[in-house]
Ligand binder design. Structure first.
Ligand code: PRX
Length: 655
């Protein structure tokens, strides 16, 4: 079974004794409660964890499956739950956010200040005509203002759609158009690794591409003060807008099913999907998982290194920690600037106690530490750490062990959290005071999550056999629909052959002895590069849209030591197949093209040119052969149905 070890790391005794979920018996008790009555279990927690304006009377409504509803007749407000409630509890002077800028400058924002800023921005949005149910696109980098923008939308019942600041104008345009946004919130520039990168200029370009006629106003946070183009009837500075506004803003009480946000993510086919999340169910799981998975305590300093442009930054920066009244670190920069000791220095400086990052970052920092002792974590005081987390992609046991030993000093449990944009929060994860750990395994389902492994007809597979990961019962923070595409929601996640189970799109295997899950990777055409999710079809479409050069393209993934997977493109040009320097030059041109079409994260690492692609007699591209070639493996599959077997040798040659 992969390279997962069988040695177990039990929870440290002291941590276990003081944990919210202490020991396996406590875990099993919750699992039993959820199994006996899922609807009542989630209702109990929703009452305990959230403050409702109008209490709900019904928990799960499955009358229109798979369009499930939770707590539907209850009303609440997310920003009230995250901010006002903390001030009312006496936490007004507690630091909510410790912000560290790219250049190391630190600012601290208390709950009272965060509430006041959120209210001012919420009032400013109202003043510009943004109403409940309107969509607002947020194209900002990591900043207090980014979190405030999200909270302000939640306060007035506007549905935000955050677009990662690394996406191109084309991708941004598609997302603005898809959401029908009335407003875009952005910054003049973002600062990462000492470099200034444009944001407002990309918004201008996206709008100029057409299709964004719904956008009436663009609000711009002044981050660097660099000169930007200005459309006076449309563009407004955030500080001007806020300056005129009051620090009080009555929250808009919305139904629990009201869409809190859309977040576009890649699927195996077509354009990215606008994953729609609810208000009540989402916030419940955000708060609950932040508390239980990270065993969060009032004096913890929590740091999730994700970007607010991804779901991890939504659940574990913008909402979960704030819903619990925690102190969290928000970081603008990158782990390698000014050097690869940045994360370790920040943990030391801010006395971070719970640290949550991605395996790609860990692997890159292992390499850096091995190359340069000055940035080795052993040189820093990391004794404040209690718990470590991993997210976004499989963590290989070697990286797990290094993380556990060098960052956690051998005393901090590593929670390997499996989940997805669609699931809203953790699905399969250890609980640090309960679950014995096995490096490389995300261990057991979060209490209430009915995870299982089935075959293609939805039948359970025996332990030790791989299959499709499904969630058999609905849960509160699940995706509600794909924005504007209900049929695509149903066919992507609830295919008829799977008996009404949610299809995650990942393969998994369960260990016969421990019952622990290990994720074996996507079973569709979705790639995971550095923890960023990308569809092969999207990259193919971007390549073939370079009509001056490209006749045909096929994209597959291959394993990569640092980034987990790497994008590998096979390209047939309109002109002759290039070789040598010419091939390098065109490959670079195509990489830049993909960066312009989608964003730099989608750039193919390998580009190979052929006179053709391997095809069946009916003209279908045989991608499994391309996968073998990309991995540098000998072709052992049957190739008798190929129209053009000789092409395999040509594509196997390195340019
Ligand atoms: O393939 C799984 C992988 O990331 C996918 C979800 O990507 P995204 O929606 O961008 O959300 C990432 C942040 C939750 C999954 O389908 N994945 C996520 N976490 C893990 C993982 N694979 C293995 N182990 C994990 N802990």
């Amino acid at each position: 079974m992969n390279d997962v070890r069988s040695d177990l790391y039990p929870p440290p005794q002291a941590l276990r004794d003081a944990a919210h979920i202490s020991g396996m018996a406590a875990y099993e008790k919750l699992v039993a409660e959820a199994e006996a009555g899922p609807s009542a279990y989630w209702a109990r927690l929703a009452r305990e964890f959230l403050s409702w304006k109008t209490p709900f009377t019904r928990s799960l409504d499955d009358s229109n499956a798979p369009f499930f509803k939770w707590f539907e007749d209850g009303t609440l407000n997310v920003s009230y739950n995250c901010l006002d409630r903390q001030v009312e509890r006496g936490l007004g002077d507690k630091v909510a956010i410790v912000f560290e800028a790219d250049d190391g400058r630190v600012t601290r924002v208390t709950y009272r200040e965060l509430l006041a800023r959120t209210c001012r921005v919420a009032n400013a949005l109202n003043a510009r005509g943004v109403k409940k149910g309107d969509r607002v696109v947020i194209y900002m980098s990591m900043s207090v203002e980014g979190v405030v923008a999200m909270q302000a939308c939640a306060r007035i019942g506007a549905t935000h759609s955050v677009v990662f600041g690394g996406f191109s104008a084309h991708s941004l345009r598609d997302r603005i158009e898809g959401a029908g946004a009335v407003m875009v919130m952005t910054a003049d520039e973002q600062v990462r690794g000492g470099k200034h990168l444009p944001l407002k200029a990309v918004v201008d370009e996206a709008i100029a591409l057409g299709g964004c006629e719904s956008v009436k106003n663009v609000i711009v946070y002044r981050r660097t003060g660099s000169k930007v183009a200005w459309e006076p009837t449309r563009d407004h500075w955030l500080h001007d807008e806020m300056g005129a506004q009051s620090e009080r803003c009555e929250p808009e009480w919305v139904g629990a099913e009201h869409p809190l946000f859309l977040l576009y993510t890649s699927g195996s086919t077509g354009k990215p999907k606008g994953v729609q999340h609810s208000t009540g169910g989402f916030l419940l799981h955000a708060a609950l998982t932040t508390l239980w998975t990270f065993d969060l305590k009032p004096d913890d300093v929590f740091w999730c290194t994700a970007d607010i442009g991804w779901v991890t930054g939504h659940t574990y920066i913008a909402y979960g920690p704030l819903a619990l009244g925690a102190t969290e670190v928000v970081f603008e920069g990158v782990p390698t600037y000014p050097d690869a000791g940045r994360f370790w220095k920040m943990i030391q400086d801010h006395k971070v106690s719970v640290f949550y990052t991605a395996p790609t970052a860990i692997r890159a920092l292992i390499k850096a530490a091995e190359a340069d002792p000055a940035v080795h974590p052993d040189r820093y005081d990391l004794s404040s750490l209690r718990i470590l987390g991993s997210v976004g992609e499989p963590i290989n046991p070697a990286a797990w062990e290094w993380y556990h030993r060098h960052i956690g000093g051998g005393r901090c449990p590593v929670v390997d959290t499996f989940w997805q944009t669609e699931t809203g929060g953790h699905m399969i994860t250890p609980l640090p005071g309960a679950t014995p750990l096995v490096p490389g395994s995300c261990t057991l389902p979060f209490p209430g999550i009915a995870a299982a492994i089935v075959d293609e007809s939805g039948n359970d597979v025996p332990d030790g056999h791989g299959g499709l990961l499904v969630i058999k019962k609905p849960w509160p923070s699940m995706i509600r629909t794909i924005w504007g595409e209900p049929d695509r929601y149903r066919s992507s996640y609830y295919p008829p052959e799977l008996k009404g189970y949610y299809l995650a799109g990942d393969g998994a295997i369960r260990d016969a002895k421990t019952g622990y899950f290990t994720i074996t990777g996507r079973v569709d055409d979705v790639l995971n590069v550095s923890g960023h999710r990308m569809g092969t079809m999207e990259i193919e479409s971007a390549l073939v849209s370079c009509t001056a050069l490209v006749a045909e393209a096929a994209v597959v993934g291959r394993p990569d030591e640092t980034t987990g997977e790497a994008v590998c493109a096979f390209v047939v040009l309109k002109g002759a197949r290039p070789t040598g320097d010419e091939a390098k030059r065109i490959a670079n041109e195509l990489r830049n093209w993909v960066a312009k079409e989608i964003g730099p994260i989608a750039k193919p690492k390998d580009i190979r040119f052929g006179d053709n692609l391997p095809k069946t007699r009916s003209g279908k591209i045989v991608r499994r052969l391309l996968r073998s070639i990309a991995r540098g493996e000998a072709i052992t599959q049957d190739i008798s149905t190929l129209e053009n077997p000789a092409i395999l040798d040509q594509l196997s040659e390195r340019n």
